[in-house]
Design a protein around this ligand. Structure first.
Ligand code: FES
Length: 510
């Protein structure tokens, strides 16, 4: 638990512009208790669910391995949209008209719930409505944009083609969608936390929930020698721990953001998205009284491509189209792509009844995290929710989703086997540059070795403690990232992103 004002921590070395808004507060003392609900993870999903349940008269404890907003909510670019990465046309082809409509309703209800919280709790979190634009630069993208447009019309989202858009990039066609929004995610999250405390909720930061035991309808765990029990458990951690169906149905991706100052003050008063692969988006946010252009995208699967290159490509793209005076912030964050395009929300298959999760939000975590919280809270209380079935964790996947399913599984299998043999023999400890890490062979053993700026060496086992894939070094965030399910570790081996719960083994070398 934190008791003093301090900067919000995040799951990487790079600082996001949101972190300065954090402040620590005490939340009470842990005692042996039976709660109605234990929520694991204090991001937007966990805190929203906690607040809903606590305000409904339930007794809730939220535990986080680190601190409030440490994970993806602290690194999001905080878009609030009424459209999603899975387009409504794609949703219809995979889940039918009714499925697409429910998906659209869920996205919009998530966005509306954020606004309701902002108004009801009087949250000062830079919430602003913006007009959105999606533009096509090639004939193929024009076709894609037409599909997006048709899909939106079918689910009742007003979109119109326009001749102009507030961007310097040449385009062939642009779609205008009103009613988009943006906010400061950590200011919002801290206000949810304070409202949760005010309603009597309990928060335990720096707390690992491990070895959950279930007996009948009660699930319990030891936290600092106190036995904490709960009738329901919600894993709001993106991936629940252990090897489960989500390990094979969700793929981890990293996304990159720059916040830059412009020389010419031409900041767009809009949220704008292209259709390139990898894609880009821009929006403006005033941080500490200074407008900054947020440019994001260049996403890739975690642990696969070079993060430093993703940043340099993004900066090159930004400088090509904008008159950049300086780059104020650069940071990356993680999200999970579901194999069939829809999030998984509800009971974790093969776990005891009443252990729930929500995962696979794609790049739409603000809306889907928020609506997931409502769905999970309803399920925890036993109230019917009209989205439960379409997002069910045990849904039968539509046939055309199987290609993606097989691809993600094949990829994991590849890393489990091939990475063990792919270490170049020429890599040696002596050649390791300060501030970098590498998996290399030393004394006949494969090691994940990091050399800090002072030249000190930290050697670890490179074998991920989740399911045994080999980790890769993230040169930008200075973390060890697992290419299989997105587990991430500090340079000392400690876990910063699940699903692993155990540290990489430290190895002594001479
Ligand atoms: Fe699953 Fe590493 S996160 S093997």
């Amino acid at each position: 638990m934190r008791t003093t004002k301090e900067e919000t921590k995040r799951d990487g070395l790079l600082e996001s512009p949101w972190q300065q808004a954090g402040n620590g507060v005490s939340s009470g003392v842990l005692t042996d208790q039976v709660y109605d609900c234990l929520i694991v993870g204090a991001g937007i999903t966990g805190l929203t669910a906690g607040l809903i349940l606590q305000q409904a008269g339930k007794r809730v404890i939220i535990a986080d391995l680190r601190t409030v907003g440490f994970g993806t909510t602290g690194g999001t670019s905080a878009h609030i949209n009424n459209f999603a990465d899975t387009t409504y046309a794609e949703a219809e082809s995979a889940f039918g008209e009714k499925g697409a409509q429910l998906f659209a309703d869920a996205i919009q209800e998530g966005a509306a719930l954020i606004k309701t919280n902002v108004d009801r709790l009087g949250i000062d979190c830079d919430y602003e409505y913006k007009t959105g634009y999606i533009y096509a630069e090639t004939d193929q993208e024009v076709k894609q944009l037409d599909d997006i447009y048709q899909g939106m019309l079918k689910v009742g989202i007003p979109a119109v083609y326009n001749e102009e858009a507030p961007i310097p990039v040449p385009f062939k066609k642009v779609l205008e969608i009103t009613g988009q929004a943006q906010f400061h995610p950590i200011k919002y999250l801290m206000a949810l936390r304070d409202a949760f405390f005010k309603a009597g909720g309990m928060l335990s930061e720096n707390t690992l929930i491990d070895k959950l035991e279930s007996e009948g309808n009660i699930h319990s765990v030891l936290i600092n020698d106190k036995r904490i029990s709960a009738k329901r458990v919600i894993y709001a951690t993106h991936m629940p721990p252990g090897i489960n169906v989500f390990s094979f149905r969700c793929a981890p991706y990293r996304s990159y953001v720059l916040a830059v100052k412009l020389k010419d003050d031409k900041y767009p008063d809009a949220v704008v998205y292209d259709l390139q692969e990898p894609y880009h988006y821009v929006r403006t946010h005033v941080i500490n009284g200074e407008p900054l252009l947020l440019v994001g995208g260049n996403d890739h699967k975690t642990g696969h491509d070079d993060p430093a290159k993703a940043f340099s490509d993004l900066e090159e793209y930004t400088r090509k189209f904008y008159n950049v005076s300086s780059v104020k912030y650069r940071w990356s964050s993680q999200y999970y792509v579901p194999a069939d395009g829809f999030p998984y929300i509800g009971q974790i298959p093969f776990m005891a009844d009443g252990i729930l999760t929500a995962t696979g939000f794609n790049g739409n975590g603000m809306m889907l995290g928020t609506i997931s919280a409502k769905i999970l809270a309803d399920q925890a209380i036993g109230v019917a929710n009209r989205y439960s079935e379409i997002f069910s964790t045990s849904r039968i996947k539509p046939i055309d989703g199987f290609t993606e399913f097989v691809k993600e599984n094949a990829d994991v299998a590849y890393h489990l086997v091939a990475d063990r043999f792919g270490i170049p023999e020429t890599d040696s400890l002596e050649r390791l540059v300060p501030g970098t890490g590498k998996v290399l062979e030393y004394d006949g053993k494969k090691l994940a070795v990091y050399r800090d700026e002072q030249g000190n060496i930290q050697a670890l086992s490179p074998v991920c403690t989740h399911a045994g894939c080999i980790v890769n070094f993230n040169t930008s965030e200075k973390t060890w990232d697992c290419p299989c399910h997105g587990g991430r570790y500090n340079t000392d081996g400690s876990v910063i992103t699940g699903p692993p719960t155990k540290a990489l083994q430290q190895i002594q070398i001479n």
